[in-house]
Design a protein around this ligand. Structure first.
Ligand code: ADP
Length: 259
């Protein structure tokens, strides 16, 4: 009888070792699952944000989390959104839902349409078709927009005005008083420079001031376009704490990044 052929080489290969979990820096937060601004983006589930003790004690000391909101917060709903600028397609058929109680990352390279989507959400641009609403209410129809939505699209200010002065001007329409302004300045870590002109602020300090302005009206939603730009590692850690606490109180955060 003929000798039997050797067994296929593949059979002789030992089984591949089981994949090992990648060791991550324990001080990093869990990776968020993100809504991608692409033509095929479907509503995505995102991880619930859990309170974690990742921030330094110093950072925590300047931030006082708010209590859980005592009313229902509807999700942000972006539905089959298309925006074209004279033939340039800025947003192509984008749909996603931003649930309250979570931080939702909105990720895409430069030019992907993130800012345009956020501008449409707050009524600064009109969609070609589709919609972007808070529950089923468009921004322009909100009864108290500053007290409902806090938004940072561009952290630029009049350079000659102080941070405190900037917030005091906005406070009058946000239903906030000077005490709230000073409280907020402390919470965002600008208490010591509140009376300096914004022209002397670093990029990170301007980001903090922009966030304070967005939160003046104690809103249910935060919409932030690249808020980590210019922040140092301590600032980024601080921002994560602020956003996580904001979401943990039952409100919704949409945050864009190209990273
Ligand atoms: P991202 O924020 O993801 O970087 P943008 O929303 O700023 O992207 O831009 C998406 C696309 O839309 C880009 O090609 C950009 O050039 C274009 N775009 C944005 N705003 C305008 C506008 N006002 N007029 C014409 N084209 C625009």
């Amino acid at each position: 009888p003929r000798p039997s052929p050797p067994a296929p080489a593949l059979r002789q290969t030992p089984p591949a070792p089981a994949p090992q979990p990648i060791q991550r820096d324990p001080y990093l937060p869990p990776r968020p699952r993100v809504a991608q601004p692409s033509a095929h983006a479907a509503p995505q589930a995102v991880q619930p944000t859990a309170r974690r003790s990742t921030a330094s004690t110093a950072v925590r000391a300047t931030w006082r989390p708010r209590r859980t909101v005592d009313h229902d917060v509807s999700p942000i709903i972006v539905d089959r959104l298309i925006k074209s600028y004279n033939g340039t397609l800025a947003v192509h058929n984008l749909s996603f839902v931003v649930q309250p109680g979570r931080v939702t990352g909105f990720l895409g390279p430069n030019g992907a349409g993130k800012t345009t989507t956020m501008r449409i959400l707050v009524g600064l641009a009109t969609p070609t078709t589709g919609s972007a609403t808070f529950g089923d209410v468009a921004y322009a129809d909100l009864a108290r927009p500053q007290q409902t939505v806090g938004c940072v699209l561009d952290a630029s200010f009049h350079p000659a005005r102080s941070g405190r002065n900037h917030l005091r001007v906005l406070a009058s329409t946000a239903g906030a008083n000077d005490r709230r302004v000073d409280e907020l300045l402390g919470e965002v870590g600008l208490g010591d420079v509140a009376r300096q002109s914004v022209g002397e602020y670093s990029t990170g300090m301007r980001q903090r001031l922009a966030l304070a302005a967005a939160m003046l009206g104690n809103p249910d939603y935060l919409i932030l376009d690249e808020p980590a730009n210019g922040l140092d590692p301590e600032g980024i850690r601080w921002l994560r704490t602020v956003l996580r606490d904001f979401a943990a109180s039952g409100r919704a955060v949409l945050i864009s990044s190209h990273l």
